[in-house]
Ligand binder design. Sequence first.
Ligand code: NAI
Length: 461
Amino acid sequence: MSDTYDVVIIGGGPGGYNCAIRAGQLGLKTAIIEKRGVLGGTCLNVGCIPSKALLHASELFDEANHSFAGLGIKTGKVELDLKQMMSQKDEAVKGLTQGVEFLMKKNKVDYIKGFGKITGQGKVEVDGKTLETKNIVIATGSEPSTLPNIEIDEERVVTNTGAIALKEVPKKLILIGAGVIGLELGSVWSRLGSDVTVVEYLDRIMPGADNEVAKEAQRIFKKQGLDFRLGQKVTGVEKLKSKLKLFMEPAKGGDEEVLEADAVIVAVGRRPYTEGLGLEKVGAKLDKRGFVETDHFKAADGVWAVGDCIHGPMLAHKAEDDGAAVAELIAGKAGHVDYNLVPSVVYTNPEIAWVGKTEEQLKDAGIEYKKGKFPFQANSRARTNHETLGFVKILADAKTDQILGAHMVGVGVGEMIHEICVAMEFGAASEDVARTSHAHPTLSEAVRQAAMGVEGWTMQM
Ligand code: NAI
């Protein structure tokens, strides 16, 4: 039996399902294949969504413990019900993955459960059945990278998958990697009572983030109780009956040190996942690091690739944009994504967000820039909310004033960054933001004041 499609998408994460929705909207006969048994990929099932459910709940727990009394709210003893916290997270995930399945039906996309394998030009096999198609879209995503001498069991030595489902709060928790996952999950478990140490190979946290932002964030997290061991290379984890032993040595050479823990989270990055896909059957190639090589999303004749398995930031919203762009290209429209305008958000408390170039990138490229910076300490809303940590920094071209980047640390900056994304999409100057009315009193006024600061006319400081 054979079906003929315009598009067959392999992988049901944000890259794949957004491609499917857009293809359906554009009238293309579309199928999406997913092996997990449920749509949504890493993001909905074991990544962005469940971690945010735990971040939100643990933040409220922390506030109830530490902030309510100062606001004049008396509570009895605040207790943690971890089982309930986990089940509300599972409910959020279930609702959203079911929602994606509904969107497939709504857009007349066939959802096929199973492992998709390319068997030839325009042919994809799922469980012995061959689908014929004009276009194949590879949206197979990524998987956690691991380190030598560490055996992941997803119970005591875990990746993001196990870290959002621990059955009890580990007394002593070690995070390997001070990247996005390490900081988010480290914050969750620290708030729930773990004693958290973050071990990082580099001598800074959050590679890729603007230096000034990374330093401010590290200072804040340290105050919140996270212990940072920077410049340390983890060489292995040994599992004893009741404890784990983590071995590390200075990255620049030196004596080995052993740390003890009840749980270890490995968050040292992710790698593209394309195992067993049959790319060779259609002449698609992988580069040295395992990413599918593409030219404007095209991997070979009639074969496209999107999301984490190709170059660009490994972020769900970048994958979504890739997916929609490919559906549009297949339908003969202009599909394009500007990776320079994809925002990054770290959902800690306070949040960290940025878009465009960092100061270091501008210096390396020899681009002259001006800088405006505004602390939340001087923002009236932040002060009334007692949430004054962090700042907004805006970088603009020294001659043209065009905004080149924005970097923020502070409560709610994960929402505020989009004002700058839109401004940059329209090629705005910092003065455009500075002269745009912002409601008072709002946290967003800090963005306007930082933009004013580019030309030196910040008013509220
Ligand atoms: P990451 O690339 O952000 O950070 C990994 C860290 O591990 C780096 O700082 C690296 O230097 C360190 N490392 C590597 N080897 C090490 C060793 N042997 N010993 C000590 N440290 C070592 O990767 P992460 O946090 O695992 O996240 C994976 C991907 O998922 C990223 O691309 C991230 O952007 C994405 N993600 C995004 C989220 C968001 O947007 N909020 C949330 C979670 C993940």
